[in-house]
Design a protein around this ligand. Structure first.
Ligand SMILES: Cc1cc2nc3c(=O)[nH]c(=O)nc-3n(C[C@H](O)[C@H](O)[C@H](O)COP(=O)(O)O)c2cc1C
Length: 186
């Protein structure tokens, strides 16, 4: 599959088959992610692959946050349990973090490079017959979520990916054409 075909076929996948994704399947994806362009070759990205227990703990951390909107404690308990169970059931989950350089300019470049690594990973997944969904949000700074993923002090979580065999191929989202967003200057 060439890169344009992989770009065209990539979707945010919300529904996966229940086939568990193995370490052997994920390693080529990390290899490709690690080839992302990166000023000064700082290689700021770190990948944490969460097994079922870690996923459930991460989901519980998320569930605690979602449960703040619960109507009562029974509802809150249901939300926590369902969110944790849903995470345990994912066929694969990867937390992507970056190291935090003390120089703000390098830190910003490193953030950009880490998201390039994420895109490499997502495209590589497509080329290997897998699908991904990137998620972000305040949960990434939650101590319980960080602990679930085993992300140490001195790193920032920048994206959380689910990965698996897509159950279906969602229709592409409507986008403005690139011609509308491109300005050619003499
Ligand atoms: C940096 C980043 C953060 C994202 N965060 C979320 C998120 O928190 N929740 C979510 O449902 N999708 C998230 N997405 C996925 C986008 O919503 C998705 O890429 C967009 O709707 C386009 O759909 P497509 O990926 O299928 O083309 C994120 C994507 C990126 C690149």
């Amino acid at each position: 599959m060439n890169v344009s075909a992989a770009i065209a076929a990539r979707r945010s996948i919300r529904a996966f088959t229940d086939r568990v994704i193995t370490r052997e399947e994920l390693e080529p994806l990390f290899h490709d992610a690690n080839l992302a362009p990166n000023h000064r070759l700082t290689q700021p990205w770190r990948f944490y692959v969460l097994g079922p227990e870690a996923r459930a703990a991460y989901g519980l951390a998320l569930g605690h946050r979602k449960a703040r909107k619960a109507t009562d404690e029974t509802d809150a308990q249901r939300i926590r349990q369902e969110t944790s169970d849903a995470h345990r059931a994912w066929p694969g989950m990867i937390v992507v973090s970056m190291t935090l350089n003390e120089n703000p300019e390098i830190r910003e470049e490193d953030y950009a490079a880490t998201l390039m690594a994420v895109e490499n990973l997502c495209l590589s997944a497509v080329a290997h017959g897998l699908g991904t969904h990137i998620r972000t949000g305040a949960i990434m700074d939650d101590p319980a979520a960080r602990a679930a993923a085993g992300v140490p002090e001195g790193e920032r979580i920048v994206a959380v990916l689910t990965v698996g065999e897509p159950l279906e191929m969602p229709a592409p989202k409507t986008r403005r054409p690139a011609t509308e967003l491109t300005h050619w200057r003499d």
